[in-house]
Design a protein around this ligand. Structure first.
Ligand SMILES: NC(=O)c1ccc[n+]([C@@H]2O[C@H](COP(=O)([O-])OP(=O)(O)OC[C@H]3O[C@@H](n4cnc5c(N)ncnc54)[C@H](O)[C@@H]3O)[C@@H](O)[C@H]2O)c1
Length: 434
């Protein structure tokens, strides 16, 4: 087997393909396309058409990011003919029972298997449990291609660390973990990624180690946030402001700086389930990780209940109450609404027969309706009993107390500041935060 795959790529004799052009796939495809020839493959024709017109369907990249790139966007398998190096970056969601849904990953493996040739490389970037690449994906590659792993083709795994909406930690400036199935493949894969990652690569000793490294990065975050969320429930009972406590404790050198909040999106709230699933199969019933998931998944309902209590305490009949929820996306300053926990706040309020209006300057109302059956209001009204700032979008951070007063009946009511961004800034309204 040729070990010159890197040389062939930089001499533009062969191409690299990125399979799945979402939040992860498109940025890496464009970075490679500044150095080598790239085929950007996706099954979604609509998205491919947008990218052909220099538009990022995920709304993360400006059109200038496409300039100077040697990339052909396609849904057609025939366009993968000259490709020798495949990067797979398709989604790895969970199903309704919180179990891994490998359908997109196995589908993409089948796609690659159909065009795989002797000497080719396949590197998976999707977040998976340790063992998934070798136990689930490689058998599909072998079955579809009729080729033999290691004898005929090489496989690696290189997890992605980009953070949606984060312009500081980018693909280029964050060390990337790479792994291969042997020393030669590790070296070739590392060289290919070194082309685009200025911060360099970390060579993990095996594919499983690289898979595990990624999954624990997000699991650790999830568990840490869960602890702070639990503390905020305790502090609420003790009538102490959690953010005041965190500010004080944070002056110690080794106190970890996490804050309470909703844990949504398709990474932190999802990846731990991949690990607990694998642990279960290995005969270990994870307790700490699943407890963390339980706490974090309950926060939307908790916030809604606290709001309801406060409205009732003000003498309002809850069925006549009207609440404005500000922010619908899974985190600040992004348009992604997938697995947003704001919807838990909304549905819990609705279960108390509260009238809820939802606004968001970044999210699409059509997408919200499609995903959750709840649309967005264009403009807030001025007769609410409570306002919940659920997501700290920059547009909201610029608002002041009088802006909120203008939206509340008679200029007064309950003000729920989920992320504590208005702490010490709200004087007249009934303030509550996590
Ligand atoms: N979004 C992030 O910030 C982030 C960060 C680190 C890791 N990850 C991981 O990276 C992987 C990709 O996530 P994402 O956020 O980029 O997903 P995404 O949903 O933004 O994009 C996935 C793309 O893959 C395409 N696709 C789906 N099935 C396909 C198939 N069979 N063949 C070809 N294309 C297909 C979709 O049409 C879509 O364009 C996931 O495993 C995720 O956990 C994501």
């Amino acid at each position: 087997m040729s070990n010159l795959i890197f040389d062939q790529l930089i001499q533009k004799e062969t191409k690299i393909a990125v399979i799945g052009l979402g939040y992860v796939g498109l940025p890496i495809a464009l970075e490679f396309a500044r150095k080598i020839q790239v085929v950007g493959f996706d099954i979604n024709q609509e998205r491919v058409d947008l990218m052909k017109n220099n538009i990022d369907p995920s709304n993360e990249l400006e059109s200038s990011a496409f300039e100077g790139c040697d990339i052909a966007f396609t849904c057609d398998l025939n366009d993968l003919r000259d490709v020798t190096f495949y990067v797979v970056a398709v989604p790895t969601p969970i199903d309704d029972a919180n179990l891994p849904n490998l359908k997109p990953l196995l589908g993409a493996s089948a796609t690659v298997g159909k065009v795989l040739k002797k000497g080719d490389y396949v590197v998976f970037e999707s977040t998976v449990y340790p063992g998934c690449t070798e136990e689930d994906c490689i058998p599909v590659l072998e079955a579809e291609s009729g080729l033999k792993f290691k004898d005929d083709f090489m496989v690696g795994y290189s997890p992605e660390r980009i953070n949606p909406g984060d312009k500081e930690h980018t693909l280029r400036n964050v060390i990337k973990v790479v792994s291969g199935c042997c020393d030669v493949s590790l070296d070739q894969i590392a060289k290919v990624y070194e082309l685009v990652v200025d911060a360099g690569v970390h060579r993990a000793p095996s594919i499983k180690v690289a898979e595990a490294a990624k999954i624990i990065e997000n699991t650790q975050r999830d568990v840490n946030i869960a602890l702070i969320n639990e503390l905020s429930i305790i502090f609420n009972k003790l009538k102490i402001n959690t953010f005041d406590v965190l500010e004080a404790a944070g002056t110690k050198w080794n106190f970890l700086k996490f804050s309470p909040g909703l844990v949504g999106g398709h990474c932190i709230g999802v990846d731990p389930y991949y690990l607990t699933h694998k642990a279960q199969l290995a005969g270990y019933h994870s307790k700490v990780i699943t407890s963390g998931r339980y706490v974090n998944d309950s926060m939307g309902f908790y916030i809604a209940k606290q709001t309801v209590k406060k409205i009732i305490a003000r003498g309002k009949h809850i069925q006549d109450a009207k609440v404005l929820v500000m922010g619908a996306t899974f985190k600040e300053d992004v348009s992604d609404i997938r697995n947003s926990k704001v919807i838990d706040i909304v549905s819990e309020l609705v279960s108390f027969q509260v009238h809820v209006d939802l606004i968001d300057p970044h999210a699409s109302s059509d997408e919200m309706k499609h995903e959750y059956g709840v649309g967005l209001l264009e403009k807030a009204a001025n007769d609410y009993d409570a306002i919940i700032v659920a997501v700290n979008h920059k547009e909201y951070q610029q608002m002041i107390e009088s802006d909120f007063k203008g939206m509340l009946t008679d200029g007064s009511g309950v003000f729920v500041d989920v992320k504590g961004i208005f702490r010490n800034k709200i004087k007249d309204l009934e303030y509550w935060s996590l």
